[in-house]
Design a protein around this ligand. Sequence first.
Ligand code: 0WE
Length: 259
Amino acid sequence: MSILKGKKAVIIGLASTRSIAWGIANALKGQGADLAFNFQNEKLEARVKKMAQELGSSVCLPMDVSSDDEIANFFNSLKNQFGNFDILIHSVAFAPSSQLEGSFTEVTDRDGFRIAHDVSSYSLTAVTKAALPLLNDNASILTLSYLGAVKAMPSYNVMGLAKASLEANVRFLAYDLGPKSIRVNGISAGPIKTLAASGIKGIKTMLDHMEQASPLRRNVTIEEVGNAAAFLASDMASGITGQVVYVDSGYSIVGMSLS
Ligand code: 0WE
């Protein structure tokens, strides 16, 4: 059974075949959705266009979510090339690398804080606002979060604050857009070795720790995050909005994990 047949989805944040956005794109396509994508800059253009083509999509347009102009241009071009749509996937986060290593108190600065919150949280508000005129009834908006939004941990630092803001963003957007029958949810994924994550010192240790300490004793895949996204984006989840669903091998429910 295809749960997204006849639905059109816009996926923001595809960068490589290891991206969570790639797992989501494949799952949505697998459930029958038609897809459109952005690419952040010329450096990513060729690669993202090739991946879009692989999924049968010819709609792939430039947008860096830190620019209001680029957001406006993206949705203007999208209106012509893709028309109205049903699903908006926001899979974007960034903090300067200086912020993601060492003591939170020592490394966090005003610019790092601002950029992390701008790119990783405000961008959800911004793209939602711009997408609104193009969204069909019963549309679904989805973003990606992480446990650092609700628990302290080493190195994630100001990204944790930005994800906390993103999760509050999900609730305020859900409250605001509920009367228009638009749902807004988040998926809090376990750590995954994406291109963005591969630059992070200690990511291997964190992945190993998940294998020891999570109820499922393993890490999650972008396919598993994709499947949860397909469900939340579909009419199967018509009663769910404002939620953050954990796709993390159960790690977040554990108080203490022994052997
Ligand atoms: O949200 C994230 C990572 C997002 C991210 C990644 C980078 C790497 C390159 C944001 N900004 C940047 N900036 C860069 O310059 N995750 C959930 C993955 C992640 O990142 C961590 C983690 C985990 C897990 C950073 C420190 C500690 C753990």
